[in-house]
Each structure stands twice: as structure tokens, then as C-alpha cells.
Write a protein that binds this ligand. Sequence first.
Ligand code: ZN
Length: 220
Amino acid sequence: LKVSLQGVVRNQTVRELDPNKPMIALTFDDGPHWTNTKKVVDLLVEYNARSTFFMLGTRVEELPGVVQYVKDAGQEVASHTYSHKDLANISEEEFWSEIRKTNEAIYAAIGENPVYLRPPYGSRNEFVMSHMPMVVVCWNVDSEDWKSKDRDTIVKQVMKDAGDGKIVLLHDIHTFTAEAVEQLLPKLIAAGYQIVTVEELFYYKGVEAVPGVVYHSSYN
Ligand code: ZN
């Protein structure tokens, strides 16, 4: 897969997957976290699954080794801005600094620039969308993990709303979320899902993925 994005050449590997079987993208925000991110990654590897991790630049700077661990496990590293600011309510200068500093931190950790960005709180405005140099990825399944803080409730919530082409919001900084992932992976696989990165989802579903558009799933 090779896509040119505002001068940035993407050449990321996508696995060979069955295009006729359903796909779901589990995505993890607010990390990396020293123990829970690794736990989630190890589970994904165990189930031959891949996910996208939307990381905060501040945490990437603190834990570059965990970012490398995520990448080495075949997982996808993406941006969740530098310091989790609401992009719709900051100055132009701050906006660019939130984007740039995160990409620099990720590049310093793994030698690659991220392609995808998830704005904190999903928040954006016209300025953000018209200037954003990255592909904006939100979600259409909310695990509400931070709210319930309960493994079984998180599992139930995700299984209830799961569907082909959907993007699920989770947070790999919490122990209860890592525990939920342990239950979710076999359940989703038993239900026929292939657990994929955003890149794989877009590739197999034929999504062009351009800056200036918000993606909530493979079909909107
Ligand atoms: Zn967040």
C-alpha cells in the first residue's frame, strides 16, 4: 500500500486478510502506558489481531520504548495530539504545535511519522479540518470504558454495538480496559471478526482516507 499524503509517502504493510469476512478496528487512546499498553499489545499478538494506538506526544516522550514495543508487535502508531487539548478551542499557534510536537516525538521513538490523528474528545471545527495535515479518525462505537470502569460492562457494550467496518474507542491506559480486551478478542473472533488496524480497514474497504475529512468507520 502506497499513498501520497501531502508529500508524506505511506508505505505501510497490511496483512493478507479475507475481504469477505467482517472487520472491526479496535482503537486505543491516551497512551502509551507502561504496563497496560504492553498487556493490550501482548493480547493482540496472541490472537493474531492488530489495532491502532492513538498516542499523546507527552507520553510518547516519556515512554519511547513502549512506542517501539507497539510498533515491533505489528501494531499501528497514530497521533492523539501532544497534550490532549481541545483543538477547537486553542490558538492557531497551539494547534500547529500540538500536531508537530507529537509527530516529532513519534518519529524520534520509531523513525516513522503517524498518518492518522484522533482529536481529543473528537472535537474539531472548520479551522481544524481545513488545516489538518493528517487523516482524522474518530469512532462509531464507544466502549465508555472510562465511565463504567468495569470489565464486563465494557465487553457487553462493545459486543452490543460491534459491526463490520466499525471503529471502536477504548483507552489502553486503564487496567480494566486491558482486562476487557482479554475477553473481547476471543468473543469478536468467535463472532467472525478480523481485528484490524485503521490502515487495514481503510485498505480493504476501499476508503481513500484524505485529510480534511473525518472518518468514523469504513462507511462514513
Ligand atoms: Zn483522549
